[in-house]
Design a protein around this ligand. Structure first.
Ligand code: UD1
Length: 376
């Protein structure tokens, strides 16, 4: 029986792999092995997602943990090489752009195992972003490039990828969102936090370029405080951001302003309950830009560029950078009733995982030879 290995490691991976795992189980005869690198290890950054998403417990847990990018990636590669040699997969599937993704991609292709990249082709065109390097390297090595939108196809073609490798399948993260939204909205999250539907904003920040530089982080928090002068802002704080806020003694901002509510990172369902009923989201996350577009909730992206331009061209996203004054003005516009409405992009329909399973099936049961010859 053909064997597919899935790699997960960090928080944004889990909601992408869960529907793929389910679709493969339902539509193909393949054996599936789930490997968790352990890049994220806190219960609230990892474990809770397995139960929330119905993802089976990992077959292999590498327990790699944190470190510099080189240390973390190298440790993952050493362990993954050993595991791949033992399991001998027919295909390795990686998702997104985190360090676990690129580590697995490099080991897979050096062992001459076919590699599939889900969420291929996204580009911010900024090499200052570690994820951009991970995307470029992973795509270059992948046999199957499964893309969420046509702009991703165009990026890959411009870089010289063979058209036969590119498969427009849509946005798999939206499969999880649509499958979970009704269940999430039953949770008493708003009641517990004493919030009214559309009566609050949500903020998340964790990009090193935003949270590691005291001046940038201070400016962002001042803009978020302004928003909190108009309505409650729920701020689930990533461990990296929490560390910086405490090191830089910026927690006074929170203490002064009871409307600015710092909480621990949330599970998938709890957070979806919060985002789906928010009036405004401020974020530097990639995934949240897409989720807000699917939910029709206005999003201000606190970065200078996005690798997900379709969320701006078609969705509810506006890229506003990190200048506090610009963020304040943009937030006021949304809160005064002039937020973007937008539409849901093509193939963000909850069925991307089925299309992915179909591509894997065709690849492993016949077209693999043809594809390899075509790309030789
Ligand atoms: C990683 C991804 C990023 C993704 C983000 C989602 C890379 C290069 N970055 O960033 O693309 O958007 O995950 O969260 O892969 N930490 C904990 N507990 C954890 C995990 C991390 O305390 O469970 C702390 C550690 O101090 C660690 C730091 O957060 O050093 C950063 O973790 P790391 O996995 O290196 O990157 P993220 O910032 O989480």
């Amino acid at each position: 029986m053909k064997k597919v290995i899935h790699i997960v490691g960090a928080r944004p991976n889990f909601m992408k792999v869960a529907p793929i795992h389910r679709a493969i189980a339902a539509r193909t005869p393949f054996q599936q092995v789930l490997i968790h690198t352990g890049q994220h290890y806190d219960v609230k950054m990892s474990d809770v997602f397995f139960s929330d998403l119905g993802l089976p417990a990992p077959d292999v847990h590498l327990g790699i943990g944190s470190g510099s990018h080189a240390q973390q990636t190298a440790r993952m590669m050493m362990e993954l090489e050993r595991v791949f040699q033992e399991h001998k997969p027919d295909l390795v599937s990686v998702v997104g752009d985190v360090n676990s993704t690129v580590a697995a991609a490099m080991v897979t292709s050096k062992l001459a195992i076919p590699l599939a990249h889900v969420e291929a082709g996204l580009r911010s065109h900024s090499r200052h972003q570690p994820e951009e390097i991970n995307r470029v390297v992973t795509d270059r090595l992948s046999d199957l490039l499964l893309t969420p939108s046509r702009d991703a196809d165009a990026n890959l073609l411009k870089e010289g990828a063979e058209p036969a490798r590119i498969h427009l399948v849509g946005n798999v993260m939206i499969d999880s969102l649509l499958a979970s939204k009704a269940k999430a909205e039953q949770l008493p999250v708003l009641r517990t936090l004493d919030l009214a539907p559309r009566g609050y904003a949500v903020c998340t920040l964790h990009r090193p370029s935003n949270v590691d530089d005291p001046k940038v982080l201070g400016g962002l928090l001042s803009a978020v405080s302004h928003v909190a002068s108009r309505l409650p802002v729920v701020f689930p704080v990533h461990p990296r951001t929490r560390k910086m806020i405490s090191e830089l003694r910026l927690s006074a901002d929170f203490e002064r302003n009871p409307n600015l509510r710092a909480v621990d990172p949330m599970g998938y369902l709890e957070f979806l309950a919060l985002t789906s009923q928010a009036r405004l989201i401020l974020t530097d996350s990639g995934g949240l830009q897409e989720e807000t577009t699917a939910l029709g909730v206005p999003c201000l992206t606190l970065r200078e560029q996005t690798e997900r331009p379709i969320t701006v061209d078609e969705g509810t996203n506006e890229v506003v950078g990190v200048d506090p004054e610009r963020i304040r003005l943009a937030a006021d516009r949304v809160l005064d009733g002039h937020g973007k409405t937008g539409r849901v992009p093509e193939f963000w329909d909850g069925r991307a995982s089925e299309r992915i399973a179909d591509v894997f099936l065709r690849f492993l049961e016949g077209e693999q030879g043809a594809l390899r010859v075509a790309s030789a």
